[in-house]
Design a protein around this ligand. Sequence first.
Ligand code: MLT
Length: 202
Amino acid sequence: MTDFIHRFEPATSAGSPPLLLLHGTGGDENDLLGLGKMISPGSALLSPRGRVLEHGMPRFFRRLAEGVFDEDDVRRRALELGDFVSDARKQYGIAAPVAVGFSNGANIAAALLLLRPDVLAGAALLRAMVPLSDPPKAELGGKPVLLLSGQADPIVPASNSARLAALLSQAAASVTHKVLPVGHQLSQADVTLARGWIGNVA
Ligand code: MLT
């Protein structure tokens, strides 16, 4: 199995989609388990730890500066994560997951959607940015994507998240984009909106 340290929690309710939980910079495989349970109680949870270290902080790909990505690494790491998900699906017997990513985890989930559209059933992208300046032409065939941005996010400019929403819509994803009156950190509104959205996806 492609080598990611991870946690897996089996489903406790048959109707809930598996979630692929992708943490932010400095997080780990434990971080989003609670969020996953709040958003979709009963879902199987697959939660890898990012394999890149930035001053000891786990991430899912390298960056040159805040918001400036090493795009070769984004591509390589997204494919690697896609292989991990495929292997984990076989090992644990789960369907294609819905990604729930925060910050750096949302950015790798966006890259995965664009580079390997078959891997994910959908994605909730919390504080995501455009991951690739020259993305491939993807065909997302109506896959549901929830994009939650912060109006006062110091890391993600509003124009950038709007561009990501447009990019995913052009790739035929079914995009719901909401801008919340918050910054980069998650809020109760994120949980409530993600929970309502995933209830309609399942
Ligand atoms: C990133 O590097 O993916 C973004 O700047 C978000 C972050 O991790 O701070």
